[in-house]
Design a protein around this ligand. Structure first.
Ligand SMILES: Nc1ncnc2c1ncn2[C@@H]1O[C@H](COP(=O)(O)OP(=O)(O)OP(=O)(O)O)[C@@H](O)[C@H]1O
Ligand SMILES: [Mg+2]
Length: 304
């Protein structure tokens, strides 16, 4: 175990943003904190890296307490925060050398630049970089002193799909190099692709913690059938449809969860015609982490 968090609490005035959470991270894992806006992900990360003092509980990284031994902890960790301000007028190379000078030793800057796919931008000023390039530079800065644990706070928020994919590759390569990675995200697809284990966070607590596959399995419903009603009684009780384990209706979209896709589809179509319901935009898909979150909270990750 490389990170050990016990009963961690953070209060902002009378508001409790983190309500006594517990988790352990194993060496070499990519561990995800997945949750909607305001869940307490950043607050948790900030406590782990010594930027905020916990109001309760403890956290240790490689056996060192993040409050008492923060100096030692900082030698072992690299941090990329949600809102990193970079020195806009420096070049990629200059800013990396500047950061490197803060540490007694550092890794090869050209190699780091190459690993972060920034070679062509070595001599470009930060202000001219794209969003994805800036984000990769922020990660490079977190890596200059060769930390064993890397914290990434929403590394891909605001990036276009292609830039997100590039960043996923970079994170996976860090894992291959033996780094332990803790990242936050509110993208369930990202959490699924990247993370060995995921803690789902909501309103300051961890409501589930497991591998992505086990989390989805915990739904006991492999498939989701989604549709809208073009005509008919919107209050129709779709739980009557055969094989349905749960019905979720938000706005005008109905979702039926089932382990027996074919039975459920057949029964749905039959019931629809018997009850003068006209279905539209009918589609089936495999259940996702988003569905897990909806099951547990009654809200979706995005609307929350
Ligand atoms: N400095 C602060 N003072 C008061 N309340 C705060 C402060 N920082 C965060 N909060 C509140 O604490 C809660 C958790 O915030 P936090 O930033 O940790 O959430 P998050 O999960 O990182 O959300 P996001 O996905 O939007 O980044 C939110 O309700 C937020 O409004
Ligand atoms: Mg945040």
């Amino acid at each position: 175990m490389i990170i050990d968090v016990k009963g961690l609490v953070k209060n902002y005035g009378t508001f409790q943003a983190v309500k006594g959470i517990e988790f352990q991270v194993q060496k070499g894992e990519i561990f995800g904190l997945l949750g909607p806006n305001g869940a307490g992900k950043t607050t948790t990360l900030e406590m782990l890296v010594g930027l905020r003092k916990p109001d309760g509980g403890t956290a240790e990284i490689e056996g060192k307490d993040v409050v008492r031994d923060i100096k030692k902890v900082k030698e072992k960790i690299g941090v990329q925060l949600q809102s990193t301000t970079l020195f806009e007028l420096l070049t990629v190379e200059e800013i990396l050398h500047m950061y490197a000078s803060f540490y007694p030793s550092h890794i090869s800057i050209p190699e780091l630049i190459e690993d972060m796919l920034l070679t062509e931008k070595t001599k470009s000023r930060v202000k001219g970089l794209s969003g994805g390039q800036k984000q990769r530079l922020a990660i490079a800065l977190a890596l200059v002193h060769d930390p064993s644990v890397v914290f990434l706070d929403e590394p891909t928020t605001g990036l276009d799909p292609q830039a997100r994919r590039t960043l996923w590759d970079i994170v996976l390569r860090l894992k291959e190099k033996g780094k332990t990675i803790v990242l936050t995200t509110h993208y369930m697809d990202e959490a699924h692709v990247l993370c060995d284990r995921i803690a789902i966070m909501d309103q300051g607590t961890l409501i589930a913690l497991d591998t992505p596959n086990e989390l989805v399995k915990s739904l006991h419903s492999q498939s989701a059938v989604e549709f809208k009603l073009l005509q008919g009684d919107a209050s129709f009780d779709f739980a009557q449809v055969e094989g349905v384990s749960k019905v979720d209706t938000r706005k005008d979209v109905h979702v039926l969860y089932s382990n027996h896709l074919q039975t459920t589809l057949t029964s749905l179509i039959q019931m629809a015609s018997e009850n003068q319901l006209e279905l539209t935009e009918l589609q089936t898909r495999t259940s996702t982490l988003e569905d897990v979150f909806i099951h547990m909270t009654g809200r979706s990750l995005r609307e929350a």
